[in-house]
Design a binder for this molecule. Structure first.
Ligand code: SF4
Length: 558
């Protein structure tokens, strides 16, 4: 199998020490990205680690294609124990960081320990430097970028940054890069903040070489010329009106599935605000959305579809500029827009304030600094629901993404079983259930009959892409045969690796107390319990949702 090259760089921020070690066996078995991050985290983080403690670690990893010129490779991975779910979680960010990370020459970077001082860490192919940046306490993502540019000549595409929310341990704080791109889900920004690390920069000239092959060039050319693809115009928001039409758009804190203001915040509304092309490293598909509102001067990137849901329909807000502003505030303060929008919507539901944009923006700021009611909301929906008097719309503590499972029932099952919680990209099953997108391979969104094996297959396939690291929006361009050629392995071998990644996550989470009781939903689906048993059976797991003793995926000495 093709795999990432390079050693593991460990940065112990408590002792300000670094070391490198050979991890070729891990790289050759797990390709890169999420696979490598998961294997390292599973084997090196204690099962009882406090997510905010020094024993939790973050693993930054790329895949072997991140040094290529192929489209859909402008992303990288981060893995650690989530302070939101309490489970092992990988998050994936786009932008231009992956090439700069690769240029520093390491296969993976492990961030561990806890510093007394607020630190910036500079990683280059010549070594690591620690910089005391106490003066950047509670600085926004943009302010950190300005400082690093002025003082070190570093671009924001060379940085990962914890915003004020990360420093304040907001449980859904994101790690930000390239200004508007986020390792968004699960609160890894709060793990970085708890380590007292404000920023890490990557620089160098030591990227490994890669052979360019015909498949890479074909994919790149097709991505560049797919002019009619809806995502080229409006990115992920292109699905908004369709999701609303088929009753899959969560609205008014999940109490409805259609939003009458959908067209005011959806694909066309966002596309109207788009003022230039936006992309990730080397990607000719360019689905990103740099947007600008001439009237207010607000300039940001996005919102993406999920943010249109969380800060738009779910909050009862039908003003696209308001959603842009919520999105921008989250990027500047360093928070996941899905979890933040959902917890704000929960507050609006509790106080009968749907549609109050001023209150939405005030709450976002208060959450980042944990001021007043923001302190409760910073804990996320799962921990705040009782006090707010609202239903707990989470799975494993992670707030729901859009593509509602009450309409797309297979996606509902996928939300329930995902090791990451209610995240849409773990299995991305909605793409099979929307007839518009799935075309001839679409499945009936109603019911769960026959779907558990398909969910397993999608989860494994996505674990392969996340290890590659190949953007999931390559789905209309990436056949099994192409993936085999790109990663130089049989598809079955790759899928086996994907299954191992999912099983390692599950095993780690089992050891932290997760089982079938956690694979649950806040709504009923037909034949849900039997579908759950079928899913476990397909994976070879116990009927209580645990990985059996002696599983080959799990090393014998743990
Ligand atoms: S398809 Fe979009 S998100 Fe994926 S790498 Fe390309 S620009 Fe980035």
């Amino acid at each position: 199998m093709l795999h990432t090259e390079g050693s593991l760089l460990t940065i112990d921020v408590g002792n300000r020490e670094t070391r490198t070690e050979d991890i070729d066996d891990v790289l050759s078995s797990f390709v890169g990205g999420r696979g490598v991050g998961t294997k390292l985290a599973h084997d090196r983080i204690p099962f009882d680690a406090d997510p905010f403690g020094p024993e939790n670690s973050l693993y930054f990893t790329t895949g072997p294609l991140q040094v290529s010129n192929m489209s859909f490779t402008g992303r990288m991975n981060c893995t650690g124990v989530s302070p939101l779910t309490g489970g092992l979680l990988s998050s994936n960010a786009g932008g231009f960081l992956s090439r700069n990370f690769g240029a520093a020459g390491y296969g993976a970077v492990e961030l561990t320990g806890q510093s007394d001082e607020l630190l910036a860490i500079h990683v280059t192919d010549e070594g690591v430097e620690f910089e005391d940046v106490s003066h950047l306490a509670e600085a926004t993502v943009g302010e950190v970028g300005e400082y690093m540019d002025d003082e070190h000549g570093l671009g924001d595409d060379q940085l990962v940054v914890a915003g004020p929310a990360g420093e304040n341990r907001v449980r859904f704080a994101a790690i930000m890069t390239t200004e508007h791109r986020a390792f968004g889900r699960g609160g890894l920004g709060a793990v970085m903040g708890a380590k007292n690390v404000k920023c890490i920069s990557f620089d160098g000239d030591s990227a490994p070489d890669i052979d360019i092959n015909q498949i890479q060039m074909d994919i790149h050319r097709e991505a560049a010329t797919a002019d009619d693809h809806p995502m080229k115009k409006a990115g992920t928001t292109s699905v908004t009106e369709y999701a609303n039409h088929v009753s899959a758009l969560p609205t008014h804190y999940f109490s409805e599935l259609e939003f009458e203001g959908a067209s005011d915040i959806g694909g066309d509304a966002v596309a109207e605000k788009k003022f230039k092309r936006g992309t990730c490293s080397q990607c000719a598909f360019a689905c990103k959305l740099p947007t600008k509102d001439e009237e207010t001067g607000l300039e940001t990137e996005g919102p993406e579809y999920e943010t249109v849901m969380s800060f738009g329909s779910n909050a009862g807000v039908d003003d696209v500029v308001s959603v842009m502003k919520s999105n921008d505030l989250c990027d500047e303060l360093g928070m996941d827009t899905i979890s933040c929008g959902d917890v704000v919507s929960a507050y609006l539901a509790a106080n009968d304030e749907f549609g109050n944009s001023d209150l939405v923006h005030e709450l976002v700021e208060k959450i980042a600094y944990r001021e007043d009611e923001g302190d409760l909301l910073a804990e996320g929906v799962h921990r705040a629901a009782d006090e707010l008097g609202v239903e707990d719309w989470t799975v494993k503590g992670l707030e729901f993404a859009a593509h509602d499972g009450r309409t797309l029932n297979g996606q509902g099952l996928a939300f329930a079983v995902s090791n990451r919680g209610a995240d849409h990209m773990y299995a991305e099953f909605y793409s099979k259930e929307y007839p518009l997108v799935g075309k001839d391979e679409a499945v009936d969104p109603e019911g769960l009959d026959g779907k558990p094996p398909l969910v397993v297959e999608k989860e494994n396939h996505n674990a392969v892409l996340d290890s590659g690291v190949v953007c999931k929006f390559s789905r209309d361009f990436m056949t099994e045969e192409r993936l085999e050629t790109l990663l130089d392995a049989e598809y079955d071998e790759l899928m086996e690796m994907g299954a191992t990644v999912v099983e390692l996550e599950r095993h780690f989470n089992n050891r932290r107390g997760f089982d079938r009781e956690d694979d649950t939903l806040p709504y009923d689906l037909p034949e849900f319990e039997s579908a759950l048993s079928e899913y476990y059976d397909e994976r070879g797991w116990n009927d209580d949702g645990t990985v059996p003793e002696g599983s080959s995926a799990v090393s014998a000495d743990d």
